[in-house]
Design a protein around this ligand. Structure first.
Ligand code: 4AD
Length: 431
């Protein structure tokens, strides 16, 4: 039986067999050698002594370089100085697949950001980089757990689409047989159709944005977490979202404290309700306190957005956006026809984490706004979406959240690209 390193602290005093990669090798004289190991679950220090393994087996250690895969048999002993508080006293060494001396030059402490991205397949072998991917995996689990506990069903809408959902300039166009198509920016419109089938739905799928942004929070391909809820109004949605954020943070604090420690991150659970800030008031706050003048109806860009969050010192919900700023699907507030029932959740570090709102159900109002969009939206492409308003529409709401931004915030990471296996950005398509 092969043991994973993460299981070994329960096996002190026992003989085990592990299979792992060598992070580092330190030889001390001709009789002692220390191996730092990482097997994709945890790190471990192993001690190979000539006296324990015999001369022939000890000689194998001369052929071990960083990056090699090895299998080791040994006894787990307690050692408070070692990572994980245990050490493996090795009785047999076997090289599964050797590495090369050149591994050392692949990535060095001097390697800059570009080299690290080119060598991302090497970088992710390091336990600290891997911990981000592990947290991301866990966060997906916590989100799914929350959605199912609230009765949502997971659906898988197409990623190849005929028309835009968000904004014309941000689409990746692709060849599609003898015509052309686009990579989706959001599955929202399809989720809206799916509520008629399953009532409350979610998806966790890639979205693509051809934004020429070079910021620390933009990717050309990101993981979009989206939901849509039948019979849910705007305030019900905000409540659902606050609970979702609190659930994720609670689980991360409970099950991923080792990762938080590694990144020296202290995470507080935000109190409900998160502060609600009206768009108009946000402009006033920015003008009066920071001399930032944003014309009414324009987007609050990166830097002022950060300023706003800093002003409140915690995540905020920016709401009541003017109609002219928002796509045609946002519901007009019946009490004020100039604003939409929509909001953005703004967080420190990652800025806008969630975009959400109640959906327009009035077909005439929607058709009018489609024509007013820049560029105008062709209703023909949306015949099916408009049908949703023809046949028994109901109040409904939903949101979209960038999973990578959530992970970036959870670990206070400087750059969003560190949250992805192989980032796609303006300048990067490989590996
Ligand atoms: O605000 P957005 O554009 O909203 C929509 O796409 C809606 N249709 C979603 C919905 O209601 N179902 O995008 C939603 C979220 C943003 O708040 C942000 O977290 C993330 O998607 N996002 C990005 N993340 C990384 N890189 C990018 N280029 C992103 N663009 C948006």
């Amino acid at each position: 039986m092969i043991n994973k390193i993460s299981e070994l602290s329960d096996l002190i005093g026992k003989e085990v067999k592990i299979e792992s990669w060598v992070l580092n090798i330190r030889r001390q004289g001709k009789k002692l050698c220390f191996l730092s190991l990482y097997d994709g679950t945890a790190e471990l220090q192993a001690t190979v002594k000539l006296n324990n393994v015999g001369e022939d087996n000890f000689a194998i250690t001369n052929d071990i370089y960083r990056g090699a895969s090895v299998s080791l048999i040994g006894t787990v002993v307690e050692d408070t100085r070692s990572v994980g508080g245990i050490e493996l006293q090795v009785s047999k060494v076997h090289i599964i697949h050797p590495s090369l001396e050149t591994f050392d030059q692949e990535i060095t402490p001097e390697s800059g950001a570009d080299v690290r991205l080119t060598k991302r397949h090497i970088v992710i072998r390091g336990p600290k980089s891997a911990s981000v991917l592990r947290l991301k995996s866990h966060v997906i689990k916590y989100l799914r757990e929350y959605f199912y506990s609230r009765g949502l069903e997971e659906v898988v809408p197409p990623l190849i689409v005929e028309a835009q959902a968000e904004g014309g300039s941000e689409l990746f166009e692709i060849k599609y047989f003898d015509t052309h198509a686009y990579l989706t920016q959001s599955s929202q419109l399809y989720l809206e159709a799916a509520i008629y089938s399953l009532r409350d739905v979610f998806c966790i799928l890639p979205s693509f944005r051809a934004e020429k942004s070079r910021t620390r929070r933009h990717l050309a391909e990101y993981t979009h977490v989206e939901t849509e809820h039948a019979y849910m109004d705007f305030s019900g949605l905000l409540d659902f979202l606050e609970d979702m954020i609190i659930h994720v943070i609670t689980q991360v604090r409970k099950y991923d404290s080792d990762i938080l420690e590694l990144w020296e991150r202290k995470l507080d659970i935000p109190e409900k309700p998160f502060p609600r800030v009206n768009y108009n008031d946000a402009l006033k706050i920015l003008k009066e306190n920071y001399d930032i003048d944003i014309p009414h109806g324009e987007d609050i860009s990166d830097a002022p957005e950060r300023q706003l969050v800093e002003h409140f010192g915690k995540p905020i919900i920016l709401q009541n956006f003017p109609k002219k700023m928002k796509p045609f699907y946002h519901k007009i507030d019946p009490d004020d026809p100039n604003i939409t029932k929509s909001a953005d959740f703004l967080f420190p570090i990652c800025g806008e984490l969630i975009g959400c709102g109640e959906r327009e159900t009035d077909i005439d109002s929607m058709l009018k706004r489609m024509g007013q969009m820049n560029p105008p939206v062709d209703p023909e492409h949306y015949y099916w979406y408009l049908d949703l308003r023809r046949y028994g529409s109901v109040p409904h709401s939903g949101f979209g959240m960038g999973l990578e931004r959530l992970v970036q915030w959870l670990l206070d990471l400087e750059h969003i690209r560190d949250t992805t296996l192989f980032p796609r950005t303006l300048n990067r398509l490989s590996p």
